[in-house]
Design a protein around this ligand. Structure first.
Ligand code: FES
Length: 98
């Protein structure tokens, strides 16, 4: 399955085991932002542009932390999103370093 990291210059990675989007990002250095890794901080919020059907259902933590509007906009927490097929994902770039 493939993940397209749109915000990271459309980087595409190919991998084979079911895992979280954040783990894929870390492993392939795609640069998705994160802090807690456990569904608490919302740093890893992202938009599933394609392939939502290839992800797990929203977790309880996501339902607690994301607003209805965000959910309608296909936003997820990368650390809570398990991918089992191809997806495309984007996220907001923060300008903390500039
Ligand atoms: S890294 Fe904190 S909610 Fe995902």
């Amino acid at each position: 399955m493939k993940v397209s990291f749109i915000t990271n210059n459309n980087q595409v990675v190919d991998f084979y085991e079911e895992t979280s989007l954040l783990r894929v990002s870390i492993r392939y250095k795609a640069g998705m932002p994160f802090k807690c890794g456990g569904g608490m901080c919302k740093t890893c919020v992202c938009i599933i542009e394609e392939g939502m059907e290839n992800t797990n259902k929203l977790t309880k933590k996501e339902l607690n932390i994301l607003s209805k509007d965000e959910i309608e906009l296909s936003k997820r927490l990368a650390c809570q999103t398990i991918v089992s097929g191809s997806v495309s994902v984007s996220w907001e770039l923060k300008n903390n370093n500039k």
